[in-house]
Design a protein around this ligand. Structure first.
Ligand code: RIB
Length: 301
């Protein structure tokens, strides 16, 4: 099976369960607090590895945190030999989760936005045609990474999350597959309606595949004139943190295993439904056997 390199962030998530998301000027008490591994790069790499993809993670973090991460990743069959120790603090996120499971997140990038051109070359070394690269927007030098990966013939997947205005100035013609949500789609196209977002992206990047996730409204796929739509599974929501990362990992693992887009989207929607019914980001990503069982139940005739 082809390899996938995730080049992205590692965070330590500080999660506060709160009665409601705090308002400006307000002080509230949390009802529970925990720390756990997160960061979109690490979460998506874990989802890919759990889904059975041959996954490598390239990232930066503080030397002192590397042994704990290695221990955490040991049972996951995730290659972290390209996670580089640097003299900066590991990134962290402050996450509020309200009683309906919705969240809001503040990220402090730390080591994540200290990537150098040398790190880019080291991280991509040995990857080429037949391999896939997955990027998000929580590290610096993304334009350089896009160009270097394209020059090596690597298939590029971009999840432009969190989406900033700057993303539009990147060399997005290098991207083979976009995975984004409605908010990110709106930043990139200026449109709010899913069909409008898709038609603009398909016109702008005619060779690319687009997957647009719509939360509880499911997900859409577009490539040229082809469209696939997948309903979301209805579950009791506990914590939505990392749900998009879980969808991304399971969807791409499906493609890497040669599955049809419909099947990959179905598995991804089952995986993210299980993830939102558990607390946390990385720790809420389900095992493949659990996702397969849920998929069989959901799509049984
Ligand atoms: O997508 C969820 C992730 O976003 C969290 O784990 C947090 O670290 C932020 O990067």
């Amino acid at each position: 099976m082809n390899r996938i390199l995730v080049f992205g962030s590692i965070n330590i998530d500080h999660t506060y369960e709160v009665p409601h998301i705090v308002h400006s000027g307000e002080t509230i008490s949390s009802t529970a607090y925990r720390t756990s591994w997160g960061g979109k790069g690490l979460n998506q790499a874990i989802a890919l590895a759990k889904a059975g993809a041959n996954t490598f993670l390239a990232a930066q973090m503080a030397q002192t945190d590397l042994p704990t991460l290695s221990e955490f990743c040991e049972p996951l069959h995730l290659d972290i030999s390209r996670v580089y120790p640097v003299p900066y603090p590991t990134g962290h996120a402050m996450i509020q989760v309200d009683t309906s499971g919705q969240n809001c997140i503040v990220v402090a990038a730390g080591a994540n936005d200290r990537i150098t051109p040398e790190t880019v070359q080291n991280a991509l070394e040995g990857f080429g045609q037949g391999d896939m690269l997955l990027l998000q927007n929580e590290i610096n030098l993304i334009p350089e990474i896009l160009r270097s990966a394209k020059a090596k013939g690597i298939r590029i997947v971009l999840n432009p999350s969190p989406c900033t205005d700057e993303v539009s100035s990147w060399p997005l013609e290098c991207v083979d597959l976009f995975l984004l949500n409605e908010t990110e789609g709106q930043v990139l196209t200026g449109k709010a309606e899913p069909e409008d977002i898709l038609s603009i992206l398909v016109t702008r990047y005619p060779a690319a595949q687009i997957v647009l996730t719509l939360g509880e409204k499911g997900s859409l796929f577009a490539c040229g004139s082809k469209r696939v739509s997948m309903a979301a599974c209805q579950v009791q929501v506990v914590d939505t943190t990392g749900a998009g990362d879980t969808f991304t990992g399971y969807f791409l693992s499906g493609l890497l295993h040669g599955a049809d887009v419909e099947v990959a989207m179905g598995m991804a929607s089952c995986a993210s439904a299980i993830a939102v019914s558990q607390p946390g980001a990385a720790q809420s990503i389900p095992e493949l056997s659990k996702v397969q069982a849920f998929y069989r139940e959901r799509f049984a005739e």
